[in-house]
Write a new protein. Structure first.
Length: 200
């Protein structure tokens, strides 16, 4: 997915700019290379700051990756909930979540790749795990409510979530790699296929 990742340009000017430059550089490198393939000097070089400058804002690489995870996981959660009607029928709610997730990946492709690479990582702290737990709890609540109305197939919620997210992730990854043209028609067709796979 490195084709859509822009490179850093000019050195940052002030404190706020430096912190933002560090976060932006770290997001790009963590998304491209993963946590273990990225070093603090790599981040510093891309952000056009000294390696010591990073430690003025973050205790280390783990603190930096957690700051990014918490920021972008929160943005994803907000995107999924924005405009959501809790009283909507399950099919309409599924459409809302599907489309909202698509918009998030289109607007923040680096963040999506970053979250996918790091969401089960052992270096995530409690706050990061709690954010992940909140999103999973929301998904579980939606599935439980719909299952009570016999909307979904009679399989565990974890299986339904794996089917949905696995298909979604594969679709987005294919689009980012140029293997799938993510037109409105394809996005809608994929949504309908996934819904048919999980509905009773």
């Amino acid at each position: 997915m490195s084709g859509f990742l822009p490179s850093a340009t000019t050195p940052p000017a002030d404190k706020a700019d430096k912190r933002a430059a560090i976060l932006d550089a770290a997001l790009t490198l963590f998304a491209e290379r993963g946590f273990h393939g990225t070093s603090v000097p790599d981040i510093a070089q891309r952000a056009h700051v000294g390696a010591g400058t990073i430690y003025r804002y973050f205790e280390g690489k783990e603190a930096l990756v957690n700051a990014l995870y918490q920021e972008h996981k929160a943005v994803l959660g907000q995107a999924l909930l924005a405009g959501f009607d809790p009283n909507a029928p399950p099919r309409a709610a599924f459409h809302h979540f599907w489309r909202s997730a698509i918009v998030f990946t289109q607007q923040s492709p680096r963040a999506f790749q970053f979250l996918e690479l790091h969401h089960h990582a052992p270096y995530l702290d409690k706050k990061s795990h709690d954010l992940e737990g909140e999103l999973l709890g929301m998904a579980h609540a939606f599935i439980a409510a719909a299952s009570a109305r016999q909307v979904f197939k009679d399989v565990p919620a974890e299986v339904l979530m794996a089917l949905v997210w696995g298909a979604f992730r594969g679709l987005v990854q294919g689009g980012c790699e140029g293997r799938i043209a993510l037109t409105e028609q394809i996005i809608s067709q994929a949504e309908e296929c996934v819904w048919e796979a999980i509905r009773r």
